[in-house]
Design a protein around this ligand. Structure first.
Ligand code: GLN
Length: 501
């Protein structure tokens, strides 16, 4: 058995029983990174020394606990993980995939990072992302694109493409990502891993570098659903540092998992099977819906009539918030400062001109325009009103059903370079994920098979703060199918190896 292919829960059991040490486990994952990351390119920064130091500390704790018979150890003790580079890590570079934050060392940890640390995790490094999480392919990273482990000539999705690819390529046992319009679920689908976007307010955003503050949420990328449940139990919960993070009790999501979903009502939104969808993806997702029915769930057609407005609404609200959030990068406070500017205005212009990439500039311009005097009512305010209608569509659907099920992405992973020249094509990658963020609800993408040899994701969407139910449905589906046991071949143009499942 390869240590690098273990789930977090499996590795935790071996560590506790002393069958493997945290240093051994960490070393094998670091070796795997050395062996494959020159092809996958999932990491922007590696922290091998820190990782081994944390692993040694974990081993001391594990040995002492075995001697004293102490049973109550932190849940992630000795588990090597990766963190998306938009989350602040004290003293470890945090670039957001942007030149403007090159060399930035945060003075504090994001709350989610601090919680992983308290739970005993081992930090392997920071993963690649589209610049400031704006993108769906990781090609907008200012540094380099990440490649899809199932076919190295294709994108891993984005913006959390580095985290998804790292987990899929066995370069980390699990990872954190962020999801503003689909950035955890879509790369999870394209890389054949599990991606969970919690409800807005379920997980603290403190120390998450802001893109669109009313949509951003931290999520998890893992090899199976149980690991997602475990990680959510650790990162969820009130944080006084983030006023939007609600003070609700955090259930034990692992205990809530059950393979039993008989009688559960699952809505299938008709608008989520529209034009532009790969026939192979549709067939695979429809088969997955059949499996849910075979497990005893009751499928029901539902309608979310304002779905077609989600993309334009998102591309007004997200850039509007981004244009305001990104005003702080001025060459004075953080990161890059253009050399040789002799007055302040010049410093701003040159720093931002050099520091931001094309997509970030496009969003700043779109957002500034949407917020400007005379256009605010016509664009921003109107978009906010339609956002409410989108939320009401979900409220109505959830009066009739417990969860919704749909594809995560309309296509499988596309070739590197295929959409970079056409922003609208790139934006359409998130057509089935954006609405959930606009409504502030929770969703999970779980592997449901292959189309053209590439992974397809089934998305389960849930009510606000009802992560327990979407995890349960995803778990029941996963446990009755082989997809989570498939491993990528790390080659070009080969896709799935059926023998690998
Ligand atoms: N692809 C979407 C965008 O570019 C969503 C990104 C995200 O969720 N961070 O805005």
């Amino acid at each position: 058995m390869e240590l690098t292919s273990l789930t977090i829960l499996e590795a935790g059991r071996l560590l506790r029983r002393g069958e493997v040490s945290a240093v051994e486990l960490t070393e094998s994952v670091l070796d795997r990174i050395v062996a494959v990351d020159n092809q996958v390119r999932a990491f922007l920064t590696l922290t091998p020394e820190l990782a081994l130091e944390q692993a040694r500390a974990a081993d001391e704790r594990l040995t002492a606990a075995r001697r004293s018979g102490e049973g109550d150890l932190p849940a992630l003790l000795g588990i090597p993980m990766a963190v998306k580079d938009v989350l602040c890590t004290e003293g470890v570079p945090t670039t957001c995939g942007s030149r403007i934050l090159e060399g930035f060392l945060p003075p504090y940890d994001a709350t989610v990072v601090a919680r992983l640390e308290q739970a005993g995790y081992v930090l392997l490094g920071k993963t690649n992302t589209d610049e400031f999480a704006m993108g769906s392919s990781t090609e907008n990273s200012a540094y380099f694109p990440t490649r899809n482990p199932w076919d190295l000539s294709r994108v891993p999705g984005g913006s959390s493409g580095g985290s998804a690819a790292a987990v899929a390529a066995h370069e980390a046992l699990g990872a954190l990502g962020t999801d503003t319009g689909g950035s955890v679920r879509q790369p999870a689908a394209l890389c054949g891993v599990v991606g969970l976007k919690p409800t807005y307010g379920r997980v603290s955003r403190y120390g998450l570098v802001a893109f669109a503050s009313s949509l951003d949420q931290v999520g998890t990328l893992t090899r199976d659903v149980a690991d997602s449940a475990l990680l959510l139990s650790i990162i969820a919960g009130h944080d006084a540092q983030d006023s939007t993070c609600v003070d609700l009790p955090v259930p034990n999501y692992l205990e809530a998992l059950s393979p039993e979903i008989a009688g559960l009502r699952i809505g299938v939104p008709e608008e989520y099977f529209g034009p532009g969808m790969d026939p192979g993806v549709e067939a695979t997702v429809r088969e997955a819906l059949g499996q849910l029915e075979a497990l005893g769930a009751r499928l029901e057609r539902v309608s979310l009539p304002h779905t077609s407005y989600a993309l334009p609404v998102y591309y007004l609200i997200a850039p509007a918030e981004a244009s305001s959030n990104l005003a702080r990068y001025d060459g004075v406070k953080y990161g890059h400062a253009a050399p040789g500017a002799d007055e302040l205005w010049e410093l701003y212009k040159r720093t931002r001109g050099e520091g931001f990439g094309a997509e970030v500039k496009r969003r700043i311009m779109l957002g500034t325009y949407a917020l400007s005097a005379g256009y605010y009512d016509a664009f921003y305010l109107k978009a906010q009103k339609v956002r409410t209608l989108i939320r009401q569509d979900f409220d109505r659907a959830f009066e009739k059903v417990d969860v919704l099920a749909a594809p995560t992405s309309p296509t499988v992973a596309f070739p590197i370079g295929a959409r970079v020249e056409d922003p609208l094509q790139m934006y359409l990658s998130d057509i089935y994920t954006l609405s959930l963020n606009l409504a502030g609800l929770c969703g999970i993408s779980v592997p449901c098979g292959f189309a053209d040899g590439l992974p397809v994701g089934l998305q389960i969407l849930g009510r606000a703060f009802d992560e327990a139910t979407i995890l349960r449905v995803a778990y029941a589906y996963e446990q009755s199918t082989p997809w989570h046991t498939c491993h990528p071949s790390l080659s070009v143009g080969q896709g799935a190896d059926p023998a690998g499942c």
